[in-house]
Design a protein around this ligand. Structure first.
Ligand code: GLU
Length: 417
């Protein structure tokens, strides 16, 4: 799927939600495009002394409820339209979770896994110098996304503080604990997915204890959800990533698999398991399927093959609209990205609050308890919309988000009621 297709699909999903809710066309007009997107060329000195440039973007979508918020990804397939679509999804996600934020997203076209660390650091710093005027603790607060982490946030924070003479560390979230991060941020997206999976299992009458789970992707999100869901008593039987896939009927040892991936760069070759392709993973007769890689994975033909009664989206935009229609027609419970993976930005919000309160520390237990409350309440709100309109959980989430945004826009006088 191209970035343009992803952008158009996201626009169309929002348009359909506005129409179904009976809101005015003005609501769609405000939401159909980002407010602004900055393009930045980043010049970097390579180890051999030559100069290379990398292209990056930061897109701010709609700030109905507060400052813009969303992650920054480093990936070769980044495009302007992809970043813009992801910014739209952040607006919707923040609305579903009830966070006081608008949506934003950033991306740099590069493959950090194939570049020396010194180059990745220069990219991170150059990117921030390019967009320093548009971000800030009360304007736009970036965070990690695909292939970025607390280390990258450390460089970015440092560059921002130096180049603006600022002292407020709350301009970034997903920082290390030492730099004002919060307990549990690294595993927050995975933990949030585990909590909504628990809620979905309750609704579907599936026993979470012993439930069989298949996960596509073993990066920040896939790994986090594998740990979290195992700690809630489920069994991860299959995992795939870019290197291959692994299957074990009795359940994989997630801790050992994590160690293996850290040492070998991927799941392929992990001992004592059967190999598995992505195609096979989607067709497994498991209880829960979690796509936690990139967008556009569950197309209509893939959706036809799915046997799991519950699909929970760990990645952003992993299902195409046609794929979503097939899942809905087949009665599969489809918990969408803007609800399921909202745990990351929710704990980012806690980190931001912690920073704005002068660094007053939250305990891990408080973070987990509050995250559970936010995820469980968002799940219930989305379910209420899906029942009221007699639609899937996916559509219910879009309806809920767009309704909240439309109401906010009316209250602020952006559109007539
Ligand atoms: N990148 C994450 C997301 O897509 C987290 C964003 C944030 O913490 O601001 O939701």
């Amino acid at each position: 799927m191209t970035g343009q297709e992803f952008f158009r699909d996201t626009q169309e999903t929002i348009r359909a939600a506005v129409a179904k809710l009976g809101h005015s066309e003005g609501v769609y007009k405000v939401l159909r495009n980002p407010r602004r997107t900055l393009e930045v060329h980043i010049a970097v000195t390579m180890p051999d002394g030559s100069v290379e440039t990398f292209l990056g973007y930061r897109s701010q979508h709609a700030a109905v409820f507060g400052p813009y918020k969303g992650g920054i990804r480093f990936h070769p397939s980044v495009t302007k339209e992809e970043v813009e679509a992801l910014a739209m999804l952040m607006t919707l996600k923040n609305a579903v979770l009830g966070l006081p934020y608008g949506g934003a997203k950033g991306g740099v076209i590069c493959d950090p896994n194939a570049l020396p660390l010194s180059v990745v650091e220069q990219i991170a710093r150059g990117y921030v110098r390019g967009l320093r005027d548009m971000i800030g603790p009360e304007t736009d607060i970036p965070a990690p996304d695909v292939n970025t982490n607390a280390r990258v946030m450390g460089w970015m924070l440092d560059e921002y503080l130096k180049s603006t003479n600022a002292i407020n560390f709350s301009v970034f979230t997903g920082k290390s604990l030492n730099l004002g991060g919060i307990e549990g941020r690294a595993g927050a997206t995975g933990l949030g997915i585990a909590y909504v999976t628990r809620e979905a299992c309750k609704v579907r009458g599936v026993e979470l204890k012993g439930a069989r789970v298949a996960i596509q992707g073993f990066g920040n999100v896939g790994r986090g959800v594998a740990h979290a869901i195992t700690s809630l008593g489920a069994k991860v039987v299959a995992v795939t990533d870019i290197t291959g896939g692994v299957y074990r009927e009795e359940g994989l040892d997630v801790a050992k698999l994590t160690e293996y991936v850290q040492a070998h760069g991927g799941v392929a070759g992990f001992p004592g398991v059967e190999p598995l392709t992505n195609e096979q993973l989607f067709a497994l007769p498991v209880d829960v399927l979690i796509p936690a890689a990139l967008e556009g994975q569950i197309t209509a033909p893939v959706a036809e093959q799915i046997k799991a009664p519950i699909v929970v989206e760990g990645a952003n935009g992993p299902t195409t609209p046609e794929g979503a229609q097939v899942l809905a027609d087949r009665g599969i419970m489809h918990v969408p990205d803007i609800l399921a993976n909202g745990g990351g930005v929710t704990v980012s919000y806690f980190e931001w609050v912690q920073g704005q309160q002068g660094g007053l520390r939250w305990s891990a237990e408080t973070v987990h308890r509050q995250l559970d409350t936010y995820m469980t309440e968002a799940f219930a709100a989305v379910r209420a919309y899906s029942q009221r309109y007699n639609v899937s959980m996916r559509e219910g989430a879009y309806l809920y988000a767009v309704d909240r945004l439309a109401t906010g826009m009316i209250e602020r006088g952006w559109v007539p009621s």
